[in-house]
Unconditional design. Structure first.
Length: 367
């Protein structure tokens, strides 16, 4: 990471990298084509300053301000960053997702790529092609992975090998003149680590192809979370608040199509402010709930008398509609009965909030 203190009023970024800028006045910031940077500005004296951005095509800018006087780190989304819908007026882009096998052991080996899917689209998010393939692997699949993805070992044993799949991906992207690949989450990192860890014997040609694909990938989770003023949200939650359904298949192609539909909805229609406020409240309360929870199993040595008193307290706590009361109530319940309790799903939470406000079906308003 480079530390920079620039007296001039303008800065040009021409190369990839992570930069720390010590604040010393207003700045014009220019990011050139195909440059991927992370810029942190340290505001040591809590000054009121402004930044003007000139952002060229295919750049990836992560921008933070650190208020040293208050020890606060704020993510800023430059208003001049174009949305994807605007890029589609002149370009073809892809939305991509992967499925990967993770270790069940803490500190185990990196995730291994076993499936890739993408959808290519142009103006108004109109699809022109789809692609999906499993990738050959002999690894044993743990039960949770199979339950989540529906992928079985026979699917991977009969799949084409890594080089064939990645070369086909590159051919499809080139055929449709795709300029950028969008992902939500760690897919770029997974592909990169997978390449380094598991693909040491591939040809130089394939390695060059994969590295070219990696340069095209842009993770839009941070940009769009900031645009919605949300903490990071998963595809499933975004589908719900956009009124696009409640199911996530964990199939690479299906998830890529879901991502495309979510971004289309955000860019062309926008999200209901009511739903966004519910999402913020849900995220905050869920965090508090699990931070306060202490117990996960029944206490065998709790006397009958204490159990009776606890169950009486449970009834009283049931009358208190706060997340703190819920966490305490659920702890008492699991201690006395062994009944495992969890925080409601987002869908359940929305239904409850809508009952409170007298709204019957918020999702139908924004589909």
């Amino acid at each position: 990471m480079n530390n920079i203190l620039i007296e001039k009023s303008s800065i040009d970024f021409e190369d990839n990298g992570e930069f720390i800028l010590k604040e010393n006045g207003n700045k014009d910031i220019r990011v050139n084509d195909n440059v991927d940077i992370t810029l942190t500005i340290i505001n040591e004296e809590d000054k009121d300053v402004s930044y003007n951005f000139d952002i060229n095509e295919n750049c990836n800018l992560t921008f933070n301000i650190f208020d040293a006087s208050k020890n606060i780190n704020r993510n800023i989304l430059p208003k001049s960053i174009p949305n994807i819908a605007e890029k589609l007026d002149n370009e073809m882009v892809a939305f991509l997702d992967t499925e990967f096998l993770t270790s069940q052991i803490k500190g185990g080996p990196p995730a291994k790529l076993v499936s890739v899917g993408f959808v290519v689209c142009g103006k108004n998010f109109e699809e022109v092609t789809r692609f999906h393939s499993y990738i050959y692997a002999e690894d044993k699949l743990h039960d949770r992975f199979q339950e989540m993805t529906g992928i079985e070992r026979k699917d991977l044993l009969s799949a084409p090998d890594y080089e064939l799949v990645m070369e086909e991906v590159a051919e499809q992207l080139e055929a449709w003149e795709v300029s950028r690949i969008y992902v939500w989450g760690p897919d770029k990192y997974v592909i990169q680590r997978d390449l380094l860890e598991y693909r040491k014997d591939i040809s130089k040609r394939t390695r060059k192809i994969v590295n070219r694909i990696l340069r095209m990938i842009k993770d839009i989770e941070g940009i769009y979370s900031a645009k919605l003023d949300l903490q990071s949200a998963g595809i499933g939650s975004l589908k719900i608040i956009c009124g696009l359904g409640t199911e996530v298949s964990h199939n690479a192609l299906d998830d890529a199509v879901d991502l495309k539909n979510i971004i289309r909805h955000i860019d062309l229609k926008g999200c209901s402010e009511h739903m966004l406020q519910i999402m913020k409240k849900y995220t905050a309360e869920k965090e508090v709930y699990y931070r306060l929870r202490r117990f996960r199993e029944k206490w065998d040595d709790v006397s009958v008398g204490i159990q009776e008193k606890s169950l009486g307290l449970l009834k009283e706590l049931g009358k208190v509609d706060t997340v703190e009361a819920r966490a305490l109530r659920d702890d008492l319940l699991v201690m006395c009965t062994g009944e495992a309790m969890v925080f409601p799903t987002l869908e359940e939470y929305i239904q409850k909030e809508n009952v409170k406000t007298g709204i019957r079906n918020t999702n139908s308003e924004i589909t």
